[in-house]
Design a protein around this ligand. Structure first.
Ligand code: ATP
Ligand code: MG
Ligand code: MG
Length: 354
């Protein structure tokens, strides 16, 4: 059978490969800096674990392949300007915004969006990097190097952050996982919980929004939509045309996880609604070393990405799924020696578990 090449060789590529293994599919993550000539075959398939990439010898080879799934969609969503334009064009709710142009001023931002405005770089930002707050009370101005390079967004006073992960097949069929509740600290995802009965009434709204986007883009594979929940209304924060950190719980908590679903979709294999097993939670490992004592905690699953530990860097995650809520609470207690801000993340999980 043909191979499935993944542009990018980070943890998402590794987990795509892992998920495809039982299906007997050969997934090959590609380090974008490699200067090897890739032995691409005509009937191979190409996908990506990241939405933005520099032109390198490797990415040029992959992008030239006729079976690069969603190739035209990546640049549309990798640039926050065109991503926001897509959301507006489809009449979907999102934080009010405008493009930061050469002649944009902070005064205009305050007049149109309010006294707190978040600038986000159009390309390349992740984990809250590439953000810049404009605060009227502090008289912040727009730095020259942000002009033409960013969008400005209204500060949303949201109740909480949720996301939905969906998959769309080549024939347009779509399936969704239940909404996930997410905790971000300083712009980086620390913890997720799913499913939650109290979010069920928003599921249809979320599926309608993400489904409309995937259909409009004729998208194939897994896409994630991060939202702000403001009362009963969802506002789109951002879209990711790939498997997503807030879907990692599906490795423990669903009969088919997001990685397998993405592979199935791009390979043109059958999709089916995933069975959600039980209550799941996920804790990201950010800037902390691996502790193999975690393996002695009943019900806890460790994913360690084999990356060098640096402050603020995602280096792994922990999953747990159980029908026994006391067990999940006891897992959280077992993790209580983790350094700050894990006290905040673990308390949040304990409070938000049903
Ligand atoms: P990711 O790692 O999810 O790709 P990112 O760097 O692309 O992150 P965003 O998701 O746009 O950035 O923002 C990161 C976080 O910053 C959000 O999850 C949210 O907590 C906060 N944030 C973003 N936009 C706003 C906004 N308009 N108002 C208030 N908070 C916001
Ligand atoms: Mg992002
Ligand atoms: Mg985000």
């Amino acid at each position: 059978m043909s191979s499935i090449w993944v542009l990018g060789a980070g943890q998402l590529g590794a987990m795509l490969k892992q998920a495809a293994n039982p299906l007997g599919l050969d997934v090959k993550p590609v380090d974008i800096e490699t200067d090897e000539t890739l032995p691409l075959q005509a009937d191979d398939i190409v996908t990506a674990e990241r939405e933005d990439w520099p032109e390198t010898a490797a990415t040029k080879q992959l992008a030239a392949h006729p079976n690069f799934v969603n190739l035209e969609t990546f640049p549309q969503l990798a640039d926050r300007l065109t991503q926001k334009q897509w959301i507006d064009k489809l009449d979907l709710a999102t934080a009010p915004w405008f493009p930061v142009e050469d002649d944009s001023t902070a005064e205009k931002a305050y007049a149109t969006l309010g006294d707190r405005v978040l600038m986000k770089r159009r390309r390349g930002g992740y984990d809250g990097r590439g953000q810049y707050w404009l605060k009227q009370a502090e008289g912040t101005e727009i730095p020259e190097e942000w002009k033409g390079q960013a969008i400005a967004e209204q500060a949303i006073n949201f109740d909480e952050e949720v996301s939905v992960v969906g998959v769309r097949g080549k024939n347009g069929e779509k399936y969704f996982y239940p909404l996930t509740l997410n905790l971000h600290i300083n712009g980086i995802l620390y913890a997720s919980i799913s499913p939650l009965q109290r979010l069920e009434h928003l599921q249809e709204q979320a599926e309608g929004m993400l489904g409309k986007l995937m259909d409009a883009l004729d998208y194939v594979g897994v896409m994630a939509m991060e939202c702000f929940r403001c009362g009963d209304k969802l506002l789109i924060n951002e879209l990711a045309p790939r498997v997503h950190n807030s879907g990692h719980w599906t490795q423990a908590g669903a009969s088919v996880n997001q990685f397998e679903n993405h592979i199935r979709a791009v390979a043109g294999l059958p999709l089916a609604p995933a069975e959600v097993k039980n209550q799941s939670m996920m804790v990201n490992l950010i800037g902390v070393d691996v502790d193999y004592n975690w393996l002695s905690i009943k019900g806890l699953e460790l994913y360690w990405y084999r990356k060098e530990v640096r402050p603020g860097r995602k280096v792994g995650h922990l999953n747990a799924c159980s029908g026994d809520l006391d067990q999940l609470q006891s897992i959280l207690k077992s993790l209580s020696s983790m350094p700050a801000p894990y006290d905040e993340a673990l308390t949040w999980l304990a409070k938000n578990l049903p």
